[in-house]
Design a protein around this ligand. Structure first.
Ligand code: ADP
Length: 289
């Protein structure tokens, strides 16, 4: 059967409502997948398609969206269905119309993200499954100790991938050994985090409601999201005001920010190469005495 017929059937099964696809429009802007708006004239959905080998990535994205959706704290597109159709992997989710937002929307984004960060997990740091960050694998085995989790599953893992790409980090071992000292005295709760919160993954609907997209969900130190929101151009100031009013950051965040963003910069080296390797080395120099 043709992909579009299968998709229409799957959407109808998942929603319990008839869906006869009559319009599909390609959407640009994504880094990894082909994206479409699909519609039956009344209802619209957002569809991403990739090679069948990428099914696990879509599954993890759908379950990550569901984890956040079910927290009732911040809006994410509701995942509808995912799987294989005509040899392609796909994910279908709620279609959202984005607008430009205003100061109030960004204040609310901060408040809602803080509410999401109040959701914790007794199993500790990690998640029930591995997922991806960009399209780099991200390992999430449940771990009680944050220092251990961050050092092993985040930094060491990305370093090991970077070696395969020819990355050279002269002070890598020194940095890994210094992680306990850099996080000394910090005792974060395992908070539900977005995991990849740069400005491309935060938006506002036409009705002014804040939305986060494309998560790399796990339970971790909430500061990882705030740190990343400051990495590639800060979010609008009201976002930080709203967050801080709801859930002030712990002392020492400014130092930890560089440690947490190092993960994303090594990942960028793994995804794009180029100058991200030297940027990572500069960050390591900043962190070490
Ligand atoms: P990729 O996983 O390939 O990076 P994205 O999730 O970033 O793709 O989405 C690509 C584009 O589609 C972005 O410009 C984004 O604004 C838009 N988009 C993402 N999710 C939705 C949605 N649920 N409804 C409408 N547009 C969306």
């Amino acid at each position: 059967m043709q992909m579009w017929t299968i998709l229409a059937e799957q959407i109808a099964n998942a929603t319990g409502e008839r869906f006869q696809l009559c319009d599909r429009t390609a959407i640009g802007g994504g880094c990894i997948n082909q994206a479409y708006r699909i519609s039956d004239g009344q209802r619209s959905y957002f569809l991403k398609v990739n090679q069948a080998s990428q099914l696990a990535m879509f599954e993890a994205e759908a379950l990550g969206l569901k984890e956040i959706y079910d927290s009732h704290t911040i809006r994410v597109p509701k995942p509808i269905c995912w799987g294989i159709a005509d040899s392609s992997a796909y994910i279908v989710m709620e279609w959202l119309d984005f607008g430009s937002g205003n100061q109030d929307s960004w204040y609310q984004m901060g408040q809602n993200l803080a509410a999401m960060h109040r959701v914790t997990n007794p199993k500790g740091f990690g998640w029930d499954r591995n997922n991806t960050i960009g399209d780099t694998p991200q390992q999430n085995p449940w771990t009680q100790d944050w220092v251990d989790f961050y050092r092993e599953q985040r930094l060491r893992y990305q370093f090991s991938l970077a070696h395969r790409r020819g990355g050279h980090f002269p002070r890598e071992d020194e940095l890994l050994s210094a992680v306990p000292a850099l996080l000394c005295g910090h005792d974060p709760a395992p908070a539900l985090v977005h995991g990849d919160l740069w400005s491309g993954n935060a938006s506002v609907t036409q009705a002014g409601e804040p939305v986060i997209l494309d998560p790399a969900t796990y339970y971790g130190d909430r500061e990882v999201d705030i740190a990343m929101s400051e990495l590639f151009g800060r979010f609008p100031t009201p976002f930080y005001q709203g967050y801080d009013a709801a859930y002030p950051l712990d002392e020492g965040y400014a130092q930890r920010k560089t440690l947490y963003n190092l993960y994303h910069i090594i990942n960028h080296f793994n995804l794009f190469g180029g100058g991200y390797g030297s940027q990572a080395n500069r960050m390591i120099d900043q962190l070490l005495p």
